[in-house]
Design a protein around this ligand. Sequence first.
Ligand code: NAP
Ligand code: ZN
Ligand code: ZN
Length: 349
Amino acid sequence: MLKTPAYAALTAKAALVPFSVERREPGPHDVLIDIRYCGICHSDVHQARDEWGRSIFPMVPGHEIVGTVARLGDKVTQWQAGDTVGVGCFVDSCRMCEACRDGEEQFCEQGATFTYNSYERDGKPPTYGGYSTRIVVDENYVLRIPDGMPLERVAPLLCAGITTYSPLRHFGVHAGSRVAVVGLGGLGHMAVKLAKAMGAHVTVLSHSPGKRQDALRLGADDFIATRDAEVFTQHAKRFDFILDTVSARHDYNAYLGLLRRGGTLVLVGLPEASPLSAGPLIMGRRQLAGSLIGGIRETQEMLEFCAAHEVAADVELIPIQRINEAYDRLVRGEVRYRFVIDIATLNRG
Ligand code: NAP
Ligand code: ZN
Ligand code: ZN
């Protein structure tokens, strides 16, 4: 076993503290990755604080991982030592069900093995995420980072990037689509950049009026502050597609009213239950959908798309010792726009 320094939440109420995990020796099809950067997703906070229930403690969060291949199992064919690679939200799946065969492993009917807060396929041991110096992953669940990308800004693509890219593609956003992004956080700011790169006309809907300049700098064409309820009347029926990335309880019905006839609201933010009524869906035959990250094939496609369009996250790089402060700032909406941990700081103890 490979003793590996990490940071963990020991209980839902506790701050994250230095911890040590045992990584398995790489099997024939495994890749050992030295982690360089790990993004901080709001899902890390939801799970470390057990806001979704069923959290497994101790928990080492982190599923926006970028690093370097250090060692390979003897049957590995796709990777070489020194390759720059990524690991996202899951590290395995059954590989046989319809979802897996379709390349949508995140929807594995047997349950995907998530990068942390999950169990290996044999039901034990628990998985531990990227707030650690290294990780061992099956070669088929590793992503190639295109050459020349700024690595600390690439880490957030492994969750925030794919989670927003996948629904934009799946629901056919194209040049000229009128897109709104609700919530300008980690996911939201990636959605703005990606939708712009796809040629859409992009509007940010935010409950933080102070983010207007940032939204425009990130590429948005328009910004609407949602604290003023009148805007929901002023902008009724304006958008073809709305991507809702909000992490806190809010009223979906108001946003449905902003869709044109036949338009689609896709939820990716996962707060506690929020109100929903049939009326706004029926009036205008509007559609409501959800979306979960993306499969390995689509995540690789997203990375190539980002390389081609020079898209990467806006990040604030932090030492791991500031993780708890970063969580508090994330919940207060103070991040511009993704915290990323410099994993080299973990070796400092
Ligand atoms: P984040 O960086 O904290 O961004 C969330 C944004 O929501 C904030 O920046 C804020 O934007 C808005 N917001 C926060 N509190 C609000 C409130 N009380 N009322 C209205 N708006 C509020 O979080 P994130 O990492 O982007 O994650 C967003 C959500 O997506 C989380 O629930 C996360 O668990 C979920 N998620 C889902 C998937 C998936 O596959 N479906 C993947 C990753 C994450 P404004 O200030 O602009 O309003
Ligand atoms: Zn995430
Ligand atoms: Zn499966």
